[in-house]
Ligand binder design. Structure first.
Ligand SMILES: [Zn+2]
Length: 106
């Protein structure tokens, strides 16, 4: 199992998850639901990236939006940015660039 890192939503501790113990080391909050969300978002993002390669930017944008709703990430924003360009959706492009910048600054 690859090492995953996740910030506990309850106490803010940064946890590195490297075994089957999916609880926060400080407060014991169960982090598994967050990891599942993360995995679901990654799946949607991969589908979005595939849609991009298949010249279906509208589909890619919709998938990236869903992935972002589950668990925002730089990679998802990057898919959405490429998809926005593909759709010639300049307002959406600005919006996604701001989201990416906000995430990078966090
Ligand atoms: Zn915690």
């Amino acid at each position: 199992m690859p090492v995953r890192s996740i910030t506990c939503p309850a106490c803010g501790k940064f946890n590195e998850i490297e075994d089957a113990n999916l609880a926060c080391r400080r407060c014991s909050t169960d982090l598994e639901p967050l990891l599942s969300l993360d995995a679901a978002a990654a799946g949607l993002r991969l589908l979005g990236a595939r849609a991009l390669r298949q010249q279906q930017p509208e589909e890619a944008l919709a998938l990236a939006g869903q992935a972002w709703g589950l668990s925002p990430s730089r990679a998802t924003a990057q898919v959405a940015i490429l998809a926005s360009v593909g759709c010639r959706d300049w307002e959406g492009l600005m919006c996604w660039r701001q989201r990416l910048a906000a995430l990078s600054g966090a």
